[in-house]
Design a protein around this ligand. Sequence first.
Ligand code: ADE
Length: 420
Amino acid sequence: MSVPSDISDPARAREGLDRIDWAAREMPVLALIRARFARERPLAGVRMAGCLHVTAETANLALALRDGGAELRLCASNPLSTQDDVAAALAREEGIPVFARRGEDGDAYYRHIHQALDHGPRLTMDDGADLVATIHRERRDLLAGVAGGAEETTTGVIRLRAMARDGALGYPIVAVNESDTKHLFDNRFGTGQSTIDGIVRATNVLLAGKSVVIAGYGWCGRGLASRARGLGAHVTVTEVDPVRALEAVMEGFAVRPMAEAARHGDIFVTVTGDCRVIGAEALAVMKDGAILANSGHFDNEIDLPALEAMSEGRRRLRECVDEYRLMDGRRLCLLAEGRLVNLAAAEGHPASVMDMSFANQALAAEWLIAREGQLEPAVHELPPEIDGEIARLKLRAMGVAIDELTDEQRDYLAGWETGT
Ligand code: ADE
């Protein structure tokens, strides 16, 4: 099967199919949606562009969308997250055009985004809002044909809300990240585990007894802090939000400003969604040998230009580990070039959480097409019933039963007359 594509190694398609199948075993909710989509074809003839991490989990989403009738083109949402075997399997065996190569440079990254847009999508699906941004900046000719888009991640939602606030957003977006069955699981348990996985695969360091500094205590930071503690690390959290900081304190974590934490940490991980969270001042006081990693969407959370400027040399010590030799003789080790360590040095979140995230994505696509032309060009959330349904299906697949309200309990909750 030959479709337009730009992938690294077509010969790895067989390996990719096995990897996609392995992930599918942990994605029962998406499988049910895929089977229904194949029967009902809610996306028949809908041209879609997806800018997502090209992983085995994303491949299962792509197959569900395809079986629902969508004509999907896929590009990567990060230059280092593409699984080349998966890209090959989709392009060569499944008939899905893929424009993504692991390790692509900035020019190729944006060329691939344009190629994913070249068929004029009616729906966009982003992880970080690069499709939306490119359409609004450089491909405005496509705007009139776009019915809607879905956004996967916190960083993307922040960008899109800013566009909506400025009146710049040209079509409706579903913020999939805001669904409970997305952020409570993917951001917390997914990022928690996969970030540790990335650090450990890159370095093989023992976390027990290490001082781990986590910048950001959103859902990702919460998950990561809890997993690092579980492995025996001494965890310090840095925050700017007083409520989140207080929550971290009461969870039993040390909370300090970065300037102070920087002196003590063995391993630093940024998960804030903001820029320059580890800046020159922090880099200036870190211990010799400190390890720096980022698990936020963009590679600007650690001030890489400052790190470069302070360094007299750099060498690649292991795959995904670059040692910077500073002018004062200290060495700092940067993982995965400051890009998402969980996807660049490991395989991203496990399929079991992506099952729920991508169930939301598939249902968001269906929801948007069913409301084509009726939605404001604003950031929307999926209705809570969809969350409830995804959670119910996931529990059932896990063999977990829960109780139901009795009629009496339902009436009690709906009433106001009963008191002490
Ligand atoms: N984001 C985080 N983990 C992911 C994965 N495994 N696949 C796609 N996107 C992801």
